[in-house]
Design a protein around this ligand. Sequence first.
Ligand SMILES: Cc1ncc(COP(=O)(O)O)c(C=O)c1O
Length: 386
Amino acid sequence: MTQTTAYPPNLALPPAARPGDPLTAVDTPALVLDLDAFERNLDRLQAAAGAAGVALRPHAKAHKCPAIALAQLRRGAVGICCQKVSEALPFLAAGIADIHVSNEVVGAAKADLLARMARQGRFSVCVDHPAQVAALAEATARHGSALAVFVEVDIGQGRCGVPDAPAVLRLLDALAAHPQLRFGGLQAYQGGVQHVRRQADRRDAAQRAAARAGEVVAALAQAGVACPTVTGGGTGSVEFDLASGVYTELQPGSYVFMDGDYGRNDASSAWRFEHSLFLACTVMSVGDGTRVIVDAGLKSLAVDSGLPTVWHAGAESPQLVYAAANDEHGIVRCRDAAAPRPELGAQLLLVPGHCDPTLNLHDDIVALRGGIVEAIWPVAARGLSR
Ligand SMILES: Cc1ncc(COP(=O)(O)O)c(C=O)c1O
């Protein structure tokens, strides 16, 4: 979020780092991005999508960072997804004109903002109820804008979405009265598949989910309705979704960073994305010698998907375990009581368990190549959750 805090004269908060600084000089806690690994992740998925003839519309909820979205678009992504209407604002401001709000929108304020943004770009949104259609129709008519509308189908997650083709057809009837609302197709996302650990189990679950989407597409075709786009999928299912023959567009987000939770999925080397995002932290106390205390806790790390792992020399540290998170402190223990432990002031790198909510805690990403800071990227959609 834009920093609006007023500071005393000459005492503005300095940036965590400046281009040219070494990693060791980054003021912590700070999110640091290994640009080489990050770019390999982007290239790998874009190449696979291109080879499968499936469009890639990466999800920006994972990074909330326009510089990252622009890097994805430069490689061939057709646009981006945002999960919230307000989240799209900084991406639109950065010149990204093709944005799918992969979510239902309820409430006059949100419909109004979306309709206003749709005057400046190609926007689409999901519905699963006629009242949402009515609100979008009213707002777009008022602002003279147009939207592509996707009907979300529940393919097993039990979250948003209608259950079947008859329910889709009822929503298409509601859409038909509003020429400014074009049927974009179906959204079919099954979040419950993404972290199924065994690859074979994940494949089976992803195939079951895609088959449910395929049944709806086939039933609509029988009723004379073509689905221009079927969009969905995430980092854990993307290899199966690309081969499904059902999806025409995929929405993975976390593959850019590969957080700790995704790192615990069993995946073939072709589909193993690299950890590119770390939280740099500093040993701020060595306690009584049984532990070290780092300056990164709950206010700089999300732990809903597990505590972070400590990263050392390109791999998970065999010795150091991040054992507990307090608000501003992290307790790091050594597996071997006799092993040397990090000294006061030492910098440690943590792999966050869950990237999306971790990014939402930070103003900037410090992007490095070969251990040298190359750029500071604002997490411009941080906090934009309306
Ligand atoms: C609708 C939708 N699409 C795509 C994604 C991207 O998933 P991931 O970051 O796991 O790749 C999510 C994640 O929650 C989602 O909710």
